[in-house]
Structures are given as C-alpha cells and as structure tokens.
Write a protein that binds this ligand. Structure first.
Ligand SMILES: C[S@@+](CC[C@H](N)C(=O)[O-])C[C@H]1O[C@@H](n2cnc3c(N)ncnc32)[C@H](O)[C@@H]1O
Length: 260
C-alpha cells in the first residue's frame, strides 16, 4: 500500500474548525454527535473511535456521555498530537488514549470494546467489507457499532455533481453506497441495523455553511487560505450542494449490533 500523505494539513484543520467548531473536522458538532448516539447509553463503556481527528468528539464522549474509556485512532501524526493536547487540556488523559495507527487492521485483540464509533471518517477507508469485519472482531458480544459517514446513492458515482464535488474537495474520498449498507452490515455479521438518511438535514446545513463562508467567515478564511484556495472551497460547497439536491450525496447515520 503506498504511504499515506497527510491531507488534513494545518490550513485544512483551521478552515474546518472555523466552519464546524473547535475540535471538529466534520459537520454538526455536539448536536450531530447526540443524534448518532440516540438510543445508546455510553455510561461505563469502553469506546473506540475510528478517525478521531483532533479529538473534540472523544472529550465529549467521556465528559458528557460518561464513557469509561475512549481509544481514538487516526492515521495522521499531526492530528494525533493535537488530539492528545486537547485531551490533556480537558484533564482526561487517564480515560482517553489517542493512537497513531496504520490504515488496515486495528491493533487490538478480539472483543476489546463495548462500542465502536466513527464520525465522518470511514469515507476515507476504501475497503468497507474489511473494515466492518474488523469492527465486528474488536467489539464485545452485544456491542454497538455507531457511525455517521459521507456516502452516495447508487446514482452518485456517475453523476457530474459528484465528480465536481470530488475534484474540488482536495481530499481522497471512498464513499460507500447508502442503499447497500444494510446488506453489507448484515453480511459482516451485524444485527439490529438502523440507517438514517441525513441528506435532508445537510441540504439545509450546507446552504447555511456556504452563506457563512461568503459572509462572516470570508475574512478569516482569506487569512487562512488566501484568495485562490478560499474560492476553490466555495466552488466545492456549491458542487456539494448540487450533489445533495440531486440526491447523489447522502450523509448517513447508522447503528448496528454484534450478536450476543
Ligand atoms: C473528516 S475527519 C473527521 C475527524 C473526526 N471524527 C471529527 O468528526 O472531527 C476524517 C478523519 O479520518 C482520518 N482517517 C482517514 N483514514 C483513516 C483510517 N484508515 N483510519 C483511521 N483514521 C483515518 C483522517 O486522518 C481524519 O482525521
């Protein structure tokens, strides 16, 4: 496998935090986190977070949802350092461990966690079948797999809106197909599968993001990115909104359970 080139560089992290709030590299912050967790009690649970980024969600899982421990994994060294600093600042280093990992199998024995969670990170992992098998392996019996992920409809891969969205994003995406998700999770061995389409929410949210990027965030974003990159990011948002409107881009939440 070719060596991973870091994509979440300092300017990317700075622009995403301006848009999505401190500690988050994905939309919706604590409110979306609450929706992902709906119906799941984390109290006293050992949680693994795939693609923890700069760790905002990991602090929330312990501080606000009373997880016993959180183990956050990421493949980008600078993000891991920032996540560890955040955890230290929050005084939670005894309960949150942030690990730099290689893409691929998780470095943990079978049945290590009660909950595996991921917020908008699996979009970067091409082999979903291998990923789901690994999640099932590290979960304890009766454990829960919870995620939000950037996905596409069956029409997505060939649509011009998605092509422009990918071209302008500057990130490497490997989006799964929402409609295939229940069968893929079931095939991996999960039960009690619930899938929630977040396209209607994000259609509205992405419009308000674009308005902020053109308005109150224009100057701060110019300072971080300069004109060319700031305008390219606006073009990316416009393409993303077109892909959302066409129903091709489908941000998705799901919950699945490892049988007892
Ligand atoms: C959109 S960010 C989301 C970060 C965090 N979950 C959040 O919501 O703020 C995606 C993250 O996935 C990480 N990532 C990409 N491929 C990964 C892999 N194979 N294993 C673990 N993390 C990965 C990236 O480095 C990045 O931090």
């Amino acid at each position: 496998m070719p060596k991973h080139e870091n994509e979440y560089t300092d300017d990317v992290v700075a622009k995403l935090e301006k848009l999505w709030g401190e500690g988050f590299l994905s939309p919706g912050g604590p409110e979306e986190t609450a929706r992902i967790l709906e119906g799941t009690d984390l109290t006293g649970k050992d949680v693994m977070d795939i693609g923890c980024g700069i760790g905002g969600i990991d602090v929330i899982l312990v501080r606000d949802y009373r997880a016993a421990t959180v183990t956050g994994l990421d493949i980008e060294g600078p993000l891991v350092l920032r996540a560890r600093e955040r955890v230290e600042r929050a005084g939670l280093a005894d309960r949150i461990t942030i690990r730099l990992v290689e893409p691929g199998p998780f470095p943990f024995p079978d049945e290590s966690f009660d909950v595996v969670l991921s917020k908008d990170s699996m979009v970067h992992i091409p082999d979903k079948q291998a990923l789901f098998a690994e999640v099932l392996r590290v979960l304890r019996r009766g454990g829960v797999f919870l995620a939000s992920d950037w996905m596409q409809s069956a029409a997505g891969p060939d649509s011009p809106e998605m092509a422009t969205f990918f071209e302008t994003s500057g990130l490497t995406f490997s989006m799964g197909i929402t409609d295939d998700l229940p069968a893929a999770l079931e095939g991996a061995g999960f039960t009690d599968i619930r899938v929630v389409d977040r396209n209607p929410w994000y259609r509205e949210e992405a419009r308000s993001e674009l308005a902020r990027m053109r308005g109150e965030l224009r100057e701060p974003l110019l300072e971080i990115l300069g004109h060319e990159k700031a305008d390219k990011w606006i073009a990316m948002r416009e393409a993303m909104i077109a892909a959302l409107d066409a129903g091709a881009f489908r941000p998705t939440h799901f919950r699945a359970v490892k049988p007892v």
